[in-house]
Ligand binder design. Structure first.
Ligand SMILES: [Zn+2]
Length: 266
């Protein structure tokens, strides 16, 4: 990287306010009547959970890390594919997307014998998976719009409502976070805990993320379970699964991470 690029990167970082609101302010906003505008519905597409994208249902790499079909390793396990097919039949899913610099696609390659994948290999893996998934569902696929090279997520939204978006239709924006959509898998929390793990690792330990030094007991990372009033008890023991993950893998950051529940008026 040239000195000029380093300088530009620094300027970018200076311009981004990672904490435009505290965790408490974020919770209060989402629980207020004004907060309803963040629950007006998503685009009918699967996109990555990456916070640089906005608007669809989020899964890491559009599902690239989900267990595979034992008879066809290019596709997710039939249990997920069947659920997605039902969504397509109901008209709730019309497109699959991929994006550049996908951390989940990189992890997929690392888990499959390529410890240091090149940029082009990551793009190829992301396109390959979303193409195969789209073909299996009879849907189009396309590249998702992408906000920029660096991760600015300071938390994780885990959305049980299936209507939550970080940017409302009038353009108002919440704290940037990863968006996980357990409705897509009909609550396979054993899978979604892997996504929580990836999100924390990108935010705290990845050179393209904000970095652990950005978080403190005053500026905590949030892990937000967004409740749906029509689905009581939705998250079951997921909160304790997250606590166990933090204890096991991120104990040194535990005073900088807050698990929160939010009850929007929807
Ligand atoms: Zn991604």
């Amino acid at each position: 990287m040239s000195p000029l690029e380093l300088h530009d990167h620094h300027e970018d970082d200076e311009q981004i306010d990672l904490f435009p609101m505290t965790n408490e302010q974020l919770k209060n906003l989402l629980e207020s009547s004004e907060g309803k505008k963040y629950f007006e519905g998503k685009k009918k597409e699967i996109q990555c959970m990456d916070g640089r994208l906005n608007g669809g249902d989020g899964m890491g790499g559009s599902g690239i890390l989900y267990d595979r079909d034992p008879n066809n390793s290019e596709l997710p396990a039939p249990e997920l594919l069947d659920k997605l097919k039902k969504r397509v039949e109901r008209g709730e899913l019309t497109k699959i997307t991929w994006h550049k610099d996908c951390g989940a696609a990189k992890i997929f390659l690392q888990n499959n014998g390529n410890p240091n994948p090149k940029k082009e290999e990551i793009i190829e893996a992301a396109i390959n998976f979303s193409t195969k998934l789209a073909e299996a569902l009879g849907l189009p696929f396309e590249e998702a719009e992408h906000a920029g090279p660096n991760h600015t997520e300071t938390g994780i939204y885990i959305d049980s409502t299936d209507r939550f978006t970080e940017i409302s239709k009038d353009g108002a924006q919440l704290r940037n976070g990863f968006v996980l959509s357990p409705e897509l898998t009909e609550k396979n929390f054993n899978y979604h805990i892997k996504e929580v793990d990836i999100a924390i690792s990108i935010s705290f330990d990845n050179p393209h993320g904000p970095g652990a030094d950005k978080f403190s007991p005053d500026n905590k990372y949030f892990i937000m379970l967004i409740n749906d009033p029509n689905k009581p008890g939705y998250f079951g023991n997921f909160k304790s699964m997250i606590e166990e993950l933090i204890e096991r893998k991120y104990k040194k950051y535990s005073d900088r991470i807050e698990i929160m529940e939010v009850n929007p008026q929807i």
